[in-house]
Design a protein. Structure first.
Length: 387
């Protein structure tokens, strides 16, 4: 299956969608397909459903049988349509279909690699950086990435619903005037109803010293049908920014493009946080195709994350050297807006650390010797008063 073929050709798309719908005992109906609630009710969650969707490998079959109890499996019909049913190395498939390798624990693997539990100040509120906090809004996603850094929490039923926690969260924020930036993540906050999201954002925005509110979401990729004019109106009302998550250019379908257009036309700033994944986006051309596709739909590539060392993700992680090589293959070779910052979220709670090839060869006596993208060196001299 060629990339985006099913999504771009209405006849092929209709045939594949009909196959997917018949797995659930229904026929394809465009109105139902474009209803995000229908998509959520018809997610692939059972091994027998995946057996009908894909030609499973032994590893995938074992993964579905064994890891279902370890970390939830769910794939929306929209995202399932993008999976090559015959290719186990399909980059979309590798992101959401479990393999038996998830049961392996490697050196350095951690349950909570970002150390969020240590920095939790009230249930579901993490305060690590001086001026910003992370609010875990809920523990549900439209689909589940097999490399999820919060697999210990997501869909585990241990996080109380936000309405039970919101008063404590707001009280903490009101008392800590140094906090100016709130990131809502989870789980995926865009799965909340418009009314609930409006209430939560309204209470946070009512705090005088909160200047900046962001939402982290993979909904535009997994469930673009959720991006409705009503949802965009709520986001616009509260002047939020969206940190989206895309890992491969094949995800940028016409439906996704329409969703991003709706958000961008509504005045919502869009950035993408991509995770570097083995067999998904770990070569320069694939990564370049992704960042170019993102810019076309007005999404700014923001971060390229080294995959967190979550337990059971060794088969999806690359080396740091590979990440440096990839960024070096982008910087200077394409538009500056297309080059994300390569970061490692330092294991144990150290926060995000930018990683790049050495660019300052030396700096002494007021002169910096710089190495550019092509490997050539240039001198920059400080003003006389700093020399």
């Amino acid at each position: 299956m060629n990339e985006n073929t099913a999504a771009a050709d209405p006849l092929i798309a209709g045939a594949r969608r009909d196959e997917i719908c018949r797995i659930f005992g229904e026929s394809y109906d465009p109105a139902r397909w474009n209803d995000w609630r229908w998509q959520m009710r018809h997610r692939f969650i059972k091994p027998e459903q995946f057996e009908k969707l894909l030609r499973l490998t032994t590893s995938e079959r074992r993964g579905l049988a064994m890891t279902h109890e370890k970390f939830a499996v769910a794939v929306t019909p929209h995202f399932a349509e993008l999976i090559d049913p015959d290719d186990p190395d399909c980059p979309i498939r590798r992101q959401v279909v479990p393999r038996e390798e998830e049961l392996l624990v490697g050196p350095g693997d951690m349950t909570d690699p970002c150390g969020e539990d240590h920095d939790e100040v009230v249930p579901g509120l993490v305060h690590r950086y001086p001026d910003r906090v992370l609010l875990l809004a809920l523990d549900t996603c439209a689909a589940y990435c097999r490399y999820c850094t919060r697999s210990r929490l997501v869909n585990q039923g241990e996080l109380d619903p936000l309405p039970r926690r919101l008063d404590a969260v707001v009280a903490y924020l009101e008392a800590h005037t140094e906090v100016r930036d709130v990131l809502l993540s989870g789980g995926d906050p865009l799965l909340m109803s418009e009314d609930r999201l409006d209430e939560v954002l309204g209470r946070i925005r009512a705090i005088p010293h909160i200047e900046f509110v962001r939402l982290g979401s993979r909904v535009p990729s997994f469930l673009p049908q959720r991006i409705t004019p009503e949802l965009v109106a709520v986001l616009r009302k509260h002047r939020v920014w969206l940190s989206l998550h895309f890992c491969h250019a094949r995800e940028i379908t016409p439906d996704v493009a329409r969703a991003c257009d709706l958000l961008a036309d509504g005045g919502i700033p869009l950035g993408s946080q991509t995770v570097l994944l083995k067999g998904v986006n770990d070569d320069v051309q694939t990564l370049k195709d992704l960042v170019h596709a993102l810019l076309k739909v007005r999404v700014r590539p923001y971060y390229l994350y080294q995959c967190d060392p979550v337990v059971g993700t060794g088969h999806l992680r690359t080396s740091v050297a590979k990440g440096i090589e990839l960024i070096s293959g982008l910087r200077g070779h394409t538009t500056g807006y297309a080059v994300p910052t390569y970061v490692i979220d330092a294991p144990g709670g150290g926060g995000k650390v930018p990683i790049q090839a050495e660019t300052i060869v030396s700096y002494e006596n007021g002169q910096a010797l710089l190495r550019n993208w092509a490997g050539r060196t240039y001198a920059y001299v400080d003003p006389a008063e700093h020399a």
